[in-house]
Design a protein around this ligand. Structure first.
Ligand SMILES: [Mg+2]
Length: 368
């Protein structure tokens, strides 16, 4: 089998309300969905979770040409070309995201060719369901509105909810946490994502002030390059620290683990180098005694890839789900990922079980 073409579909969805996090407000979501086409009539889907326009330029300008003529079933060959072959110049950033999307698409092709789901290729089912968490309670001026959104999600049976804080200093944000905890009660787990919004001293003040509210994890408290600062914070608080969504490749995570910077690792398949790289990061994390909760905040293609990894790899936990209508999720699934009583169930369709229908292109793609 040979790769004959690689396309990037830029999907863009305007949001009904602004998504506000410590890094600013967003009014739309954009996804770079990568389609790898073969001479066997099989195509595969993946996603490059970087700057979507940069990913498109990299794939269409350079990387697509590099893989044309290669065998997509030889995933190690693809990895060698796109990842290991570039370490002198490209070790992080959108180039690795672009490679991640192509690699993921090759797993989809391999699964379709062998007529088995990707989780089977990764070793088979380690579990038949995985608990989900909702990550879409965004910062709002009025804490009651945040609490109402969190309550809506909890009523759907989701037992773990993530809120985005850090738009104001820790002393002001504590009221939001108190109100959220009051509304949700003691039985719903509450995560706080700072999206790297604080410096070291502010993050430490936050951790000390917020500790009484039983925070499940504190995510990306500081800039992703400051593993040593995060390690210092981690030593001084009882709140578990999660991060990794802005880290790349196996060695990026080895650095986090060596520094003692994380309690929970959050690799993103569309960013770290693809499915094999994410699988390797899970094994490495296991050797450090660190559980993995993959970052999963993009389209249905990344959701599918993440779910297949988690169903196959035992030391993963809590599948991230966007419970708002912001994500382009469901249109990708001929057989939807079922969510029941806070757990996700996966179909046994071959490959990743996703399709790129004309309806998606007509609805979200600018240049279809
Ligand atoms: Mg995050």
């Amino acid at each position: 089998m040979k790769i004959t073409d690689v396309k990037v579909h830029l999907l863009r969805k305007k949001l009904s309300s602004t998504m506000r996090i410590s890094r600013g407000g967003f009014t739309f979501r954009e996804h770079a969905v990568i389609e790898v086409v073969t001479d066997a009539g099989i195509f595969g889907l993946g996603e490059g979770v970087g700057d979507p326009r940069m990913v498109k330029a990299i794939v269409e300008g350079v990387m697509g040409e590099e893989v044309k003529g290669l065998d997509p079933l030889n995933i190690e060959g693809i990895r060698k070309k796109l990842l290991d072959g570039k370490v002198y110049f490209e070790r992080k950033g959108s180039v690795i995201c672009a490679a991640s999307g192509i690699e993921t698409a090759c797993w989809d092709i391999l699964g379709k060719d062998l007529k088995v789901p990707v989780y089977q290729l990764l070793g088979g089912l380690a579990r038949d369901k995985v608990e989900v968490y909702a990550s879409d309670v965004y910062w709002e001026e009025d804490p009651r509105r945040m609490a109402a959104n969190a309550e809506r999600i909890a009523k759907l049976g989701i037992r773990t909810i993530k809120v985005h804080l850090g738009c104001e200093p820790p002393e002001k944000e504590v009221d939001r946490i108190r109100i959220l905890r009051e509304v949700l009660g003691p039985d719903v787990s509450l995560m706080v994502d700072l999206n790297a919004g604080y410096d070291g001293p502010s993050a430490l003040r936050a951790a000390r002030l917020w500790e009484p509210y039983n925070i499940y994890w504190l995510e990306e408290p500081v800039h992703p390059g400051l593993a040593n600062v995060q390690a210092s914070l981690r030593r001084q608080t009882g709140i578990p620290i999660a991060s990794g969504e802005n880290e790349f490749r196996l060695e990026g995570f080895k650095h986090l683990f060596d520094q003692g910077a994380v309690d929970i690792a959050m690799p993103d398949i569309g960013r770290v180098g693809g499915i094999q790289e994410a699988r390797d990061i899970c094994s490495l994390a296991n050797a450090f005694g660190v559980p993995v909760s993959p970052h999963n905040f993009s389209s249905g293609v990344l959701l599918a890839a993440t779910a297949h990894l988690m169903f196959a790899v035992p030391n993963t936990q809590l599948l991230e789900i966007d419970m708002s209508d912001n994500a382009v999720y469901h249109d990708f699934f001929p057989e939807p990922i079922q969510i029941k009583d806070g757990f996700a169930f996966l179909s046994d369709r071959p490959g990743l079980g996703v399709e790129l229908g004309q309806e998606i292109l007509d609805s979200y793609c600018e240049n279809s």
